[in-house]
Design a protein around this ligand. Structure first.
Ligand code: B12
Length: 257
């Protein structure tokens, strides 16, 4: 389905923003399948659960998604430095982080609204690729929300790299709202690289295994925090993920929620 004057696309993006998204856009799954992440992921998956020989969701040379899913709605929630708790992990929090909890609710609301409003079926994507999730940075680039920067993260004109992403697969061929031609890293002296406590970018590009060591150490150093901090009833163990490369990005410093 391609709508006249992209009316459906506009309404979907507006609805996402009305429900609290800081930014939103639409990409074609066909284009996502041509993205670098899709190409390489099966050869070097991040999570141990990934088993290309048995999983329903995946095939050996790439990630397999259901054929009826034609488009992806991807949206961003601003995570300013002044709101660090949005990013803290606890097994007792809905969606594991307070920020992701908000995005999970938005996802459900959007999916139900799309079916009611247009009769279009949609699927709320899980976070992990292994459970059928999508490559959200690539999706966001293709949807025009930002570009993948030298820090290996999505950089947006409005919030820099300080956003979190979520997506929904849609059973309709919608017009993409991107890609973005924003070019913030050209000429930048890459403070994101020098900010890394582990020198993850020593080869010139991101090294996932070194980044994982930092985040594993942070898991090992979880702290018991009062429930009120995390927006839940009881105290829980909390992990504070690393944000050095993200917070060092000079784009849109000072942007608020
Ligand atoms: C697994 C994972 C991790 C792992 C492994 C990271 C990795 N990159 O492999 C670990 C735990 C180490 C990690 C760390 C972090 N993560 Co993480 N992570 C994920 C997850 C679940 C999957 C990512 C993945 O495996 N991608 C596939 C691999 C193959 O690709 P990649 O290494 O990311 O890089 C590809 C793209 O950059 C692409 N690419 C490069 N150039 C271009 C150009 C174009 C045009 C296109 C289309 C694509 C493209 O090609 C690269 C592959 O060659 C996503 C959520 C999701 N479902 O997408 C979050 C996600 C990417 N992480 C996120 C964040 C914020 C972080 C951290 C800052 C920690 C934190 N505070 O949460 C660090 C930053 C590390 C860094 N600089 O990249 C955010 C990114 C937000 C943003 N602004 O981009 C995401 C989207 C989750 C979210 N809640 O929103 N993460």
């Amino acid at each position: 389905m391609t709508s006249e004057n992209n009316l459906i696309e506009k309404k979907i993006v507006e609805k996402a923003k009305e429900l609290g998204a800081s930014l939103a856009g639409i990409a074609r799954i066909e284009d996502l399948k041509a993205s670098p992440s899709y190409e390489i992921y099966a050869n070097n998956p991040f999570y141990e659960e990934y088993d290309p020989s048995t999983s329903d969701y995946h095939e050996f040379k790439g990630v397999k998604w259901r054929d009826e899913h034609k488009s992806v709605l991807v949206w961003a929630l601003s995570h300013p430095e002044s709101e660090p708790v949005l990013d803290w992990w606890s097994l007792k929090v809905n969606g594991f982080t307070p920020g992701n909890g908000v995005m999970r609710t938005q996802s459900r609301q959007l999916r139900l609204w799309m079916e009611e409003e247009f009769g279009i079926k949609a699927y709320s994507l899980p976070y992990q690729i292994e459970y059928g999730g999508a490559f959200l940075k690539d999706s966001a680039h293709l949807a025009g929300i930002g570009v993948i920067g030298k820090n290996n993260l999505l950089v947006t004109p409005e919030f820099g790299t300080r956003v979190r992403l979520r997506g929904i697969f849609i059973e309709a061929e919608l017009e993409p709202t991107g890609p973005s031609n924003f070019d913030p890293c050209n000429g930048c002296d890459k403070p994101c690289h020098s900010a890394c406590p582990r020198n993850v970018f020593r080869s010139g590009s991101f090294d996932r295994s070194i980044c994982k060591e930092e985040n594993d150490e942070r898991y090992a150093n979880e702290e018991m925090l009062d429930g009120s901090i995390m927006g839940i009833e009881e105290p829980s163990m909390v992990m504070k993920p690393c944000r050095y490369c993200e917070l060092a990005c000079p784009v849109a410093q000072g942007a608020t929620l």
